[in-house]
Design a protein around this ligand. Structure first.
Ligand code: CO
Length: 139
């Protein structure tokens, strides 16, 4: 089940350059983490109940690098917090919605994540994330 909006993911060419705007408004980068299998560095910026996630590609062939090549920097995805990402994955799949991965995988911060294809979600790439639910096998 979906709880709240967890974060908005923003594709940037450089975290070091992009973070200044948010810091100018008094927000702070809480942590920076690399997610090697996604080819990104991720900076999390807490903002009230939600967070802003800056995504910087670490490889030319990563999904975020391709997004930047096509569209330039900007909003990349909307993340909804799930308390059961496997269950949401199944029920969306059963409902005919298109999921990006065959099954949920490890995301930033030890979460377990799945993505819904923009073609199934009104043009928005939607991430479903279950905090702290990454399995031992893919930590
Ligand atoms: Co995200």
């Amino acid at each position: 089940m979906i709880g709240k909006i967890d974060h908005v993911g923003i594709a940037v060419r450089s975290i070091d350059e992009a973070r200044g705007f948010y810091e100018a408004m008094g927000l702070e980068v809480a942590e920076i983490e690399e997610v090697p299998h996604e080819g990104v560095r991720v900076a999390m910026i807490p903002c009230g109940e939600g967070r802003i996630e800056l995504l910087e590609p670490t490889r030319d062939d990563s999904p975020v690098a391709k997004f930047l090549d096509k569209q330039g920097p900007g909003i990349h995805h909307l993340c909804l917090a799930s308390d059961d990402v496997e269950g949401d994955d199944r029920s969306l799949r059963d409902g005919g919605y298109r999921l990006i991965r065959d099954e949920p995988t490890r995301g930033a911060g030890g979460s377990r994540v799945q993505f819904v294809h923009p073609k199934s979600a009104g043009g928005v790439l939607v991430e479903l994330a279950q905090p702290g639910a990454a399995g031992e096998e893919d930590r």
